[in-house]
Write a protein that binds this ligand. Structure first.
Ligand SMILES: [Zn+2]
Ligand SMILES: [Zn+2]
Length: 125
């Protein structure tokens, strides 16, 4: 035990945890960026190889979607102008970076909840 004093030891542990928390966040950010690049590349390739398929898919999807959730579409269109703040943490888990914008109420398009992908899935399940 490097510290005789319990208070000192506690202080040390606190500092240690804080230091590593920063590292963890940094790591998450790196991983997030790396995955994003990878996914973007895969999407790009797919689009390049299947342009017609992608076009059809979007057309079909949009039409169906629009008929089903007009409020949602409106909310999403309005909230598109709002960007997720840089390095914003998910409000649910406060652990991952927020990647998604979620609406509690589609009739209030500007009330946005910032969530990570996982928590967003959970909110809708
Ligand atoms: Zn989360
Ligand atoms: Zn949502």
């Amino acid at each position: 035990m490097p510290y005789r004093d319990k208070r000192q030891q506690k202080e040390y542990l606190k500092k240690y945890r804080q230091k590593n928390k920063g590292k963890l966040k940094e790591y998450q950010k790196m991983r997030y960026l790396r995955d994003k690049i990878k996914i973007n590349q895969l999407c790009k390739e797919y689009r390049k190889n299947n342009p017609q398929k992608v076009k059809d898919f979007h057309k079909r999807g949009q039409k169906k979607y629009r008929n089903k959730y007009p409020e949602k579409i409106k909310a999403q269109r309005l909230s598109k102008q709002i960007r997720i703040p840089f390095a914003k943490l998910c409000v649910d888990c406060n652990d991952n970076f927020a990647e998604h914008k979620h609406h509690e109420d589609y009739s209030k398009p500007l009330e946005i909840v910032y969530l990570c992908a996982k928590c967003h899935r959970e909110r809708h399940s």
